[in-house]
Design a binder for this molecule. Structure first.
Ligand SMILES: Nc1ncnc2c1ncn2[C@@H]1O[C@H](COP(=O)(O)OP(=O)(O)OP(=O)(O)O)[C@@H](O)[C@H]1O
Length: 293
């Protein structure tokens, strides 16, 4: 799917300012950004529930979506919802096709219960299954795990990964739960004030951000000239930061070979939270998260 230069205005306020990106079937792409950044608006445009905007979205004819709360009927059972929504999409609901998914989401045993007896998380999970009923090539999920506990979120994320792999569905998922995004996504887009301001690719290997402080600029220059650990993300007179998959011991051995002793060394696992906070939000202030009462 190709999203081209999307612009959206509400009255005088421009909430999307020319957003472009693409994503493939089978790929899971995360969308993160502050409150009001424009994530839901962008997702509604892709899902075609908003139709007035500038720009274009190619290949969005087979899109399933769950944006905000799922629209459910409290007096109807889960099964009745699946039958009803399948019919809306012109299909007959075939339980065997969705059995594994429903089981994986712990919904099989509650399908005959009325939705008014469902917890928030169960409703959300039913909404996810409904979004998959029209055999979509792409699914857009706006904060699908926001009302779920850690274990339930993980169950859902596992099932979404399976859907992406086995049904070749491309998934665009937004969340403020960065750990969820990090667990499931192949790639993450950062949306701020209506613009995509960054992108992060995930690979299998752990990445570290290593900071080294040298005794003098000459030693720093010697290190830069010879190092093959990874890309340099920042450097000053005696300090350097690199992104690397190397373990600390490998770096120390290398420094020994060069005859260099550093005056400080820190290594931090690169998480989505520290990339997001450091690069895009001007730093991560840990003190804000100290006990507040
Ligand atoms: N129907 C609407 N009419 C007017 N303004 C709207 C409408 N829907 C959204 N907005 C405004 O558009 C901006 C983007 O909202 P949107 O819901 O897309 O952000 P978001 O990134 O999904 O936020 P959140 O993380 O809080 O869900 C906000 O300033 C919001 O107030």
């Amino acid at each position: 799917m190709q999203v081209n230069s999307i612009m959206k205005k509400y009255s005088d306020s421009v909430v999307l300012k020319g957003v472009s990106f693409d994503f493939k079937q089978g790929e899971i792409v995360g969308l993160i950004g502050s409150n009001g950044a424009g994530k839901s608006t962008l997702m509604k445009i892709i899902a075609q529930t908003i139709q007035t905007y500038d720009g274009s979205v190619d290949d969005n004819t087979h899109v399933g979506y769950l944006i905000e709360e799922p629209k459910l009927y409290s007096n109807k059972t889960g099964l009745a919802h699946l039958t009803y929504f399948s019919e809306i999409y012109g299909n007959k609901f075939n339980l065997s096709e969705y059995e594994e998914l429903l089981k994986g989401l712990q919904l099989s045993d509650v399908l005959k219960r009325k939705v008014k007896e469902y917890s928030l998380g169960m409703r959300q999970k039913l909404g996810i299954v409904i979004s998959l009923l029209n055999k979509p090539r792409y699914v857009v999920l706006d904060e699908p795990t926001n009302s779920m506990d850690i274990e339930t979120s993980l169950e859902v994320l596992q099932q979404l990964r399976k859907m992406a792999n086995e049904w070749n569905v491309g998934i665009l998922i937004s969340s403020h739960k960065l750990e969820d995004i990090e667990t499931i996504c192949d790639r993450v887009l950062f949306l701020e004030k209506g613009n995509i301001v960054g992108e992060q690719q995930f690979n299998e290997q752990s990445q570290y951000v290593v900071k080294l402080v040298f005794e003098n600029p000459t030693e720093l220059a010697l290190f830069i000239e010879n190092q093959k650990f990874g890309s340099i993300i920042d450097s000053s007179e005696k300090t350097i930061q690199i992104e690397t998959t190397a373990e600390n011991t490998e770096i120390f051995q290398f420094l020994n070979q060069l005859g260099i002793r550093v005056t400080d060394f820190t290594s931090e696992k690169k998480t989505l939270r520290n990339v997001y906070m450091n690069k895009l939000r001007g730093g991560y202030d840990d003190t804000k998260y100290q006990k507040l009462c």
